[in-house]
Design a protein around this ligand. Structure first.
Ligand code: ZN
Length: 514
């Protein structure tokens, strides 16, 4: 039946052969008997002889490689004992089985054609799968552990040198200054990328293989916040504060990003004012107007009588950053929010039904109301205008409810996606703000702030709903001071959660018609 045939694999440890293990010949014979019984054709035999000098299992690994390439239908193996050191073999076999490779065991206790044998193999596959999972988690832990310590767990980028595991990268004394020069030159806006590549090559900038750094490579360098001291994992977008010495300042890095984004630099005439029409005056409520004076940007209230003086952009940024930093959750807060979010989600179908019921009740009330309105008008209780405005009001609300009901019937109950994005934003807001281009900064402020007023040198910031509640954590709720803290924090967590997913089928009929 099988087209390709099977591999056989035997292993013997020469140190204990003859006493504990089964000899190669015995294993081989058992495999052959098994193959004959089930009509499996052996096309290649693999033998592993482990000696004290040569540890590991090179033959096994070669065989796995061939199996992965589809060189055989499957594998017949004598047995692999479940000692800790062989768990890796189980893991490898488990992944082969996942790829559709047949794995047979020639020793009688593991006949895959019997139920017991299958069960045993399944259990071992589970053990193997668990082992793989654990292995992955361990490596992840390793990487994330190091990232959290500010260490970059990958080879050094150009301009830096590896200083060994557990140590921050150090600046390459030759390439480091050249990288810095590349940033400065690009920030000046005088050269395009192609010219910069050639120029930097002439000056001696090289990659790790001592070759010219391509346009692509240089772009990666110029966009990598690692050079200003921040580790960003491109795949996940996560950022960590690095413990290595930066090559460029944050403002130089930002200038370079602005050049990439096509933004002009402060020296040029036209300027992109990040906080244009975002900051108002606490005195007169007008927006502050941006202006440049002696290379600094100021925001000024134009009202003559207003006591509000100018406020410098750097100061505005500092205040905003302070506010964003307060959004960052503690691990405890974060895990509590996660926990309640999961519970909240569990109840979503129930809440959905409740919401629908409430809306339906309100709908019938409105219809009732509409009928009564008509009667009241006919009876002359109020004039035509009053009647029409009351009728309109009711009809608009009715349409809203119908629309809402329709959407509730379509919408999925999984609304946690948004919530996780929200949690991520809390975590990264301050750093994203710090690293962002001018337009990204502006966008963040627009997303998070509902109002921002300048009063002298300070800013009165009001954030949008879930964000403001996050900030208000300390005074939430104003309960008895002796009351246990958990209760307080739970109330806070719930409020944040409800505000962050207002449509988490926590719909209340917000407007009541009298
Ligand atoms: Zn004013």
């Amino acid at each position: 039946m099988s087209r390709k045939g099977y591999f056989s694999y035997v292993r013997v440890s020469t140190q204990r052969q003859g006493t504990l293990g089964t000899s190669l010949d015995e294993q081989q014979a058992a495999i052959e008997r098994y193959a004959e019984r089930f009509n499996l054709r052996i096309i290649k035999q693999f033998e592993e002889r482990e000696t004290a000098a040569k540890l590991g299992r090179p033959v096994f690994l070669d065989m796995l490689k061939a199996l992965r390439r589809g060189k055989a239908e499957g594998l017949i193996i004598h047995k692999i004992d479940r000692s800790a050191r062989n768990l890796k073999d189980w893991a490898d076999l488990g992944s082969l089985i996942d790829r559709g490779v047949e794995v047979h065991f020639a020793n009688e206790s593991l006949d895959l054609n019997s139920r017991g044998g299958r069960l045993s193999a399944d259990i071992q596959a589970v053990v193997a799968a668990d082992y793989i999972r654990n292995l992955r988690e361990e490596t992840k832990k390793g990487i994330y552990g190091r990232l959290r310590q500010g260490l970059f767990p990958f080879p050094a980028r150009p301009g830096y040198l590896d200083a060994g595991k557990g140590k921050p990268k150090r600046i390459d004394p030759v390439q480091g200054p050249l990288v810095k020069m590349a940033f400065e030159t690009y920030a000046s806006g005088k050269y395009g990328l192609n010219t910069l590549v050639e120029r930097m090559y002439e000056l001696g900038l090289r990659n790790k293989r001592n070759k010219k750094i391509s346009r692509n490579g240089l772009t990666c360098i110029l966009k990598n916040p690692f050079y200003m001291g921040v580790i960003r994992i491109a795949k996940t977008g996560q950022v960590f504060v690095g413990s290595h010495e930066p090559i460029v300042s944050k403002s130089l890095f930002r200038d370079v990003q602005n050049v990439f984004a096509g933004k002009r630099l402060p020296k040029t005439h036209k300027h992109f004012f990040a906080y244009r029409r975002l900051i108002s005056c606490a005195g007169c409520r007008n927006f502050l107007i941006a202006e440049i004076q002696k290379n600094h940007i100021y925001y000024r209230c134009q009202s003559r009588s207003c006591p509000q003086k100018t406020i410098r952009e750097e100061l505005i940024e500092k205040r905003i950053l302070d506010a964003f930093e307060k959004l960052r959750l503690t691990d405890h807060e974060h895990s509590l929010l996660e926990k309640y979010a999961r519970e909240y989600q569990k109840e979503a179908p129930e809440r959905l039904n409740e919401a629908k019921k409430l809306l339906e009740i309100e709908l019938s009330q409105i219809e009732n109301k509409l009928a009564k309105l008509a009667d009241a008008y006919v009876e002359g209780v109020f004039d035509k205008d009053t009647f029409l405005s009351k009728k309109n009001e009711a009809i608009i609300r009715k349409e809203e409810i119908v629309e809402k009901l329709e959407s509730l019937n379509i919408e999925q109950t999984d609304n946690l996606q948004d919530f996780h994005e929200f949690l991520e934003l809390l975590k990264t807001a301050s750093l994203s703000y710090k690293l962002g281009t001018l337009s990204e900064k502006r966008e963040l402020v627009q997303i998070i702030f509902s109002n921002c007023e300048a009063e002298g040198k300070s800013l009165k910031i009001k954030m949008k709903k879930p964000f403001q509640t996050v900030l208000d954590r300390d005074r939430f709720p104003a309960g008895r001071p002796r009351q246990a803290t958990p209760r307080k924090i739970v109330a806070w967590v719930k409020k944040v959660l409800f505000e962050a997913c207002p449509d988490g089928y926590f719909v209340r009929s917000s407007r009541q018609l009298d």
